[in-house]
Design a protein around this ligand. Structure first.
Ligand SMILES: [Zn+2]
Length: 76
């Protein structure tokens, strides 16, 4: 069962459907849109071949989600 969480930006309620889709979210849908997205995704190439190896690196990219700073709506 998902407990609704208060939005870190406007204090409103984050709908359980959003928490279910993005459990790490801290803001509601409207605030996320206003911020231009809550997270920035950074892709880093994975290095799987050993040093000096002629094998090509077929590793993919590991993605990292970085949370944007959340400013309270009232201070903007
Ligand atoms: Zn909000």
């Amino acid at each position: 069962m998902i407990v609704p969480q208060p939005c870190a930006r406007c204090g409103g309620e984050i709908p359980p459907e959003r928490l279910e889709a993005i459990p790490e979210t801290r803001v509601c849908v409207a605030c996320s849109k206003e911020m231009g997205g809550e997270f920035t995704v950074v892709a880093t190439p994975e290095r799987i071949s050993k040093e000096g190896s002629l094998k090509k690196n077929y590793g993919g990219y590991s993605t990292q989600k970085i949370r944007r700073p959340i400013k309270p709506k009232s201070s903007e």
